[in-house]
Design a protein around this ligand. Sequence first.
Ligand code: CDP
Length: 215
Amino acid sequence: MIIAIDGPAASGKGTLARRLAESLNLAYLDTGSLYRATGVATIRAGGDPALEADAVKAAKALDLAKFTPADLRSEEAGIAASKVAFIPAVRAALLDFQRNFARSKASGKAGAVLDGRDIGTVVCPDADFKIFIEADLETRVRRRVKELRETGENIIEARVRADMQARDARDQDRTVAPLKLADDAFRLDTSALTADEAFAQARAYIDSKVPKAKR
Ligand code: CDP
């Protein structure tokens, strides 16, 4: 079983993906962490995340063991991620890893859930279930501010809003693998939902559909 979850920044993808993985015994890959790690590695090497040569070099040599969750969750890492993600050769360099993760059944697991921007459209177009998760800008800004403050990052709300709008625009407007709704995706707006309610709606969608593999 493969579940693809796509959506913009702070729409609730990670929370939902983790809960689905736990409840359905699936392996979980947060694909944003690959782009974040590539962005941070580029900066650590003294490069520019917006420069193809620097970013591709980092993507090809990526070693996730070199990053702590805190290294990857910062606002700076998110911005660097969306810059490297804009570069087609970076996306190509990270594609195999994501497809292999989805295909290779982790031991004892029933399949995988991946979240990102292009999972249902490019990485796993044949996924058994596709969820496109959305939330309005102010809700997403509130969530991201809370998340960053909890990690101790000293941030300004107006700055987070501006960064998120710039990131949304870059993710939606790029020519390769932009963030967009797959034709066969289940749309879930979490603006007015708690995490429990979003999970319940996603489970209802999954439970109402017989997995392709079992048809
Ligand atoms: O957590 P948040 O939603 O803010 O971001 P993320 O999922 O960690 O992704 C960080 C950035 O990586 C995004 O803004 C995208 O530009 C990029 N990304 C992508 O292009 N394709 C993916 N499958 C996942 C992330």
